[in-house]
Design a protein around this ligand. Structure first.
Ligand SMILES: NC(=O)CCC(=O)C(=O)O
Length: 264
């Protein structure tokens, strides 16, 4: 299967609506791909807290509507990154959306670990509670978002729920690029999954986002990586999903787990 990460530029020069139209057009251009991925909070901006109130939306709001149509036109599964979701009670969530090639919503995930250390997302948003995996034509997708990468227990839970491929939209800061590179490879290797990590580029809210979106295989090898932190680009790789079972058999470390089994 062929997957592409659209490393979208998110800065203050564009409104959420303009960026939505541009993202939809980039997705429509990916005909022939099986899975297309966008970054975290690309409509409002992950670091533009002052925009969240105005740019928040419902699960079936304008981004979902535009992305559903774009997935249908591309004929691909679309992980539409995440939106600032506002639920009926007015609580905000950082919520990832997944559509199938017919444009049907097939799952959403509310980010469990909120970034900010008592500021920003950690105070302005509610936290998700559910570990989410979604079966697709090419395997089971597990969902996580950005800061979640620092919490291996979530990735182990995704593995235990059947994940063979984990998608991580992000707005990771360029200043911590080496953490990004290390964690994306580590999470792929330790769970023996394909890991698709799509980070935004561009600067807003005083933050240069790190780009370097990457597709990593279950051996921990980087199959494709964006070249820079500063440039919008699309990263594509062909994934042989049979590699997941092959590598888990060839190097059966998951079978050798001791502590998890002792606790259950
Ligand atoms: N948007 C995020 O979750 C940022 C995470 C981050 O900056 C870090 O983990 O470092």
């Amino acid at each position: 299967m062929r997957a592409s990460l659209i490393q979208l530029s998110v800065d203050a020069s564009e409104s959420a609506d303009e960026r939505r139209r541009r993202a939809a057009s980039l997705v429509r251009g990916r005909k022939g791909d099986d899975l297309v991925v966008l970054p975290e909070l690309w409509t409002a901006g992950a670091w533009a807290y002052d925009r969240w109130g105005a740019d928040c939306e419902a699960l079936d709001g304008p981004t979902a509507e535009a992305m559903s149509a774009a997935a249908r036109e591309a004929g691909a599964w679309l992980h539409a990154g995440s939106i600032v979701e506002r639920d009926r009670d007015g609580t905000l969530y950082n919520t990832a959306l997944l559509f199938d090639p017919a444009g049907e919503p097939r799952g959403h995930y509310r980010k469990i670990h909120r970034y900010g250390f008592d500021t920003g997302e950690a105070t302005l948003m509610g936290g998700g509670e559910d570990v989410v995996t979604v079966p697709t034509d090419f395997g089971v997708i597990g969902l996580a978002i950005c800061y979640d990468l620092r919490f291996p227990e979530l990735f182990r839970a995704l593995l235990d729920t059947g994940a063979e491929l984990i998608v991580v939209p992000a707005a990771w800061p360029a200043a911590r690029l080496e953490h990004w590179r290390l964690l994306t490879r580590t999470r792929a290797l330790e769970e023996q999954v394909f890991l698709l990590a799509c980070c935004a580029t561009g600067k807003h809210g005083g933050m240069q986002q790190g780009g370097h979106s990457a597709i990593v295989d279950p051996w921990g090898t980087v199959l494709a990586e964006a070249r820079t932190a500063e440039q919008e680009e699309t990263v594509t790789a062909d994934l042989d999903m049979t590699e997941v079972a092959r590598i888990r058999t060839e190097l059966p470390v998951l079978r050798d787990r001791v502590l998890d089994r002792a606790r259950s």
